[in-house]
Write a new protein. Structure first.
Ligand code: GLN
Length: 484
């Protein structure tokens, strides 16, 4: 194992040669020094974390013993707040915790804090956070990606051992790519969503952001599996992701769909993908020619109908009465005013935009033209992937069409949505995808990470992780960290 594999530290904590308490103290000191500059964390959970670290030192057990975990602030924890980086939930304390939090605690984890995100996970840069954007540690004038930007920053800057994100259309993989770390979105249904604040319920999945493939495998090992509290969680058995990880895939067939190497991409991104294909070829894989995914382009329009439709329904509960910020009424105002004012004050502009789009595409006059149509295209996209996976095991392409962009550079919502072109179809089809550090772009003396994405068949996480590990062990990108 190498230094960027944090599970090695868990091994030492189990053996008693490293102290979880001391490690936590070091991490908290580092966070205090760095967080004002990076704004990765919304809140630290120092007190409960100390108790968890002490119990890790006492028990000396669990796959993740004593490892510090950063939790995206749309995942419910029973300590601290769960804000979704929204004014609507600024003071919200969850009375229960997400299933994955319970499972991770049982594996010895230490929850160090809640991380910043685009409000309600809507965005690709964290600029939609009500608490200010997070900053990319490679260049603080740039965005870290989103929506799980705070988690990716915490991971890249060494402010945690493992981070958790949620991915509805790319929110784990894209910030991982832009910050130079690993991000895994599991198959829809592989991980319980109980306790994840819903955005697009048919698309959402929780997954890890880590500095190595082995750490991602270890986290998935702990959080995957059926949960009686989430009826969409699959009851399929969980593979031995960790045990199988170092077994290279024999006769691996890798497809690089033509559409993934678009001229619209930053050329350095296409170079990274071509070089990754070459790495696989040298490792003995077959590069399958002629794989086509012509519906790649319509993913964005399909996603930006389905996701807002589901969001408009999920966010209806935040009305100032059942949940969330309640506005002050003045004399003569009624219940309708209370709803309208609370929602206008509580939700930021992007969330309001999504609710309006979603309500529109679900309205009786437009349902057939937009929503039903999007569901039909969703099926076609799924079929297209099924056909591709008859000929290859893994699809290789970019995670994001460009490296991290300068903050404020995509103020037009449509240009922001286009960042998601290579990630949304993974969610639309429900398949697993992983982003890996796959290159570096130099720009005016700063280095910016480039991510490559691998996709696989539903529930083929073991194969996906093994293929990812093959690439990782043959390249040096994973070891690179921003200087400071
Ligand atoms: N960027 C996409 C959006 O804004 C994806 C977000 C996500 O995966 N949560 O909807």
């Amino acid at each position: 194992m190498t230094a960027h594999e944090r599970v090695r530290l868990a091994q030492e904590i189990r053996a008693g040669t490293a102290s979880a308490t001391a490690h936590l103290a070091t991490t908290l000191t580092r966070i205090e020094a760095e967080n004002p500059r990076l704004n990765a964390y919304n809140e630290l959970l120092a007190e409960s974390a100390r108790a968890e670290a002490e119990s890790a030192d006492r028990n000396r057990a669990g796959l993740l013993a004593g490892l510090t975990i950063a939790v995206k602030d749309n995942i419910a924890t029973s300590v601290g707040h769960t804000t979704c980086s929204s004014k609507m939930l600024k003071n919200y304390r969850s009375p229960y915790e997400a299933t994955i939090i319970t499972r991770l605690r049982e594996a010895g984890a230490v929850f160090v804090g809640k991380t910043n995100l685009d409000e309600f996970a809507m965005g690709s840069s964290t600029e939609n956070s009500a608490f200010g954007m997070s900053r990319n540690p490679w260049d603080t004038t740039r965005v870290p990606g989103g929506s799980s930007g705070g988690s990716a920053v915490a991971m890249a800057a060494g402010l945690c051992d493992i981070a958790l994100g949620s991915d509805t259309g790319g929110s784990i993989r894209q910030p991982a790519a832009l910050c130079g770390v690993v991000g895994l979105k599991p198959t829809y249904g592989r991980v319980s969503r109980y306790g994840l604040v819903a955005f697009g319920s048919s698309l959402d999945q929780i997954g890890p952001i880590t500095s190595s493939v082995r750490d991602a495998a270890a986290v998935l090992q702990v959080i995957a599996g059926h949960d009686p509290r989430d009826s969409t969680s699959a009851s399929l058995p969980v593979d031995d992701y960790v045990g199988e990880l170092d077994v290279p895939v024999r006769h691996l067939r890798v497809g690089v769909p033509r559409e993934y190497l678009s001229d619209a991409n930053d050329p350095r991104v296409n170079t990274a993908v071509r070089e990754a294909a070459e790495v696989y070829r040298r490792l003995g894989a077959t590069i399958v020619e002629g794989i086509e995914l012509p519906l790649t382009d319509v993913g964005i329009s399909t996603y930006y109908v389905i996701a807002p439709a589901e969001a408009s329904s999920n966010l209806a509960r935040f009305d100032g009465i059942r949940y969330g910020h309640r506005a002050q009424l003045t004399a003569g105002e009624d219940l309708f005013d209370l709803y309208a004012k609370s929602r206008a004050e509580g939700f930021g502009p992007e969330v309001q935009r999504r609710i309006m789009i979603g309500t529109y595409v679900l309205s009786s006059g437009y349902y057939d033209a937009y929503y039903r149509r999007a569901l039909q295209v969703r099926r076609l996209i799924k079929n297209e992937f099924d056909r591709a996976f008859e000929r290859c095991d893994i699809l290789l392409g970019p995670t994001s069409p460009m490296p991290a962009f300068v903050a404020g550079g995509k103020s037009d919502p449509l240009s922001m949505y286009l960042c998601d072109v290579y990630t949304v179809n993974t969610n639309i089809a429900g398949i697993p995808g992983i982003s890996l550090p796959g290159g570096m772009a130099e720009e005016n003396g700063v280095r910016l990470p480039i991510g490559i994405q691998l996709q696989a068949k539903p529930f083929a996480e073991s194969l996906l992780l093994r293929a990812a590990r093959m690439y990782e062990s043959a390249t040096l990108w994973h070891g690179m960290r921003p200087t400071r």
